[in-house]
Ligand binder design. Structure first.
Ligand code: ZN
Length: 132
């Protein structure tokens, strides 16, 4: 593993504190790590127009892509539920950049489960010719 799971948990926990969730009151933090070890944190950002809300995972992807990073090793998602699984939309957005490990951490990260994105979104839709 070319990254520290503890650092991902620390990052996700910290960014979860900044989630903007006045409607659901369900803060989620996520930390996406690139193949070269850079960590991109993200939190959910809700909106009065509910469909415009942004999930934590997609916030991470936006940050990474904005600075030219598109190769990822893993993402950790932390929420106060038994298994804060990524929604279908986030699975699709993450899969645009290839396969990666998906860690889901309940509460403050005491219980972490690990998956591969290709198992969470089998036979996914792709058009990008250079996707790995
Ligand atoms: Zn989502």
């Amino acid at each position: 593993m070319a990254f520290s799971l503890e650092k991902l948990k620390t990052s996700a926990k910290a960014v979860r504190e900044r989630a903007y969730v006045p409607y659901s009151h369900f803060p989620v933090g996520a930390a996406l790590v690139s193949l070269d070890g850079q960590i991109f944190p993200g939190c959910n950002v809700e909106n009065a127009s509910y469909p415009l809300g942004l999930c934590a995972e997609r916030a991470c992807v936006s940050q990474a892509v904005a600075v030219g990073v598109r190769k990822f090793a893993a993402v950790l998602i932390m929420g106060d539920t038994e298994r804060p699984m990524p929604c279908g939309g986030c699975r699709q957005v993450l899969s645009e950049f290839g396969d990666l490990q998906v860690f889901v951490a309940s509460g403050d990260g005491d219980d972490v489960k690990s998956y591969w994105l290709h198992d969470l979104l089998p036979e996914s839709f792709h058009l990008a010719p250079d996707r790995e």
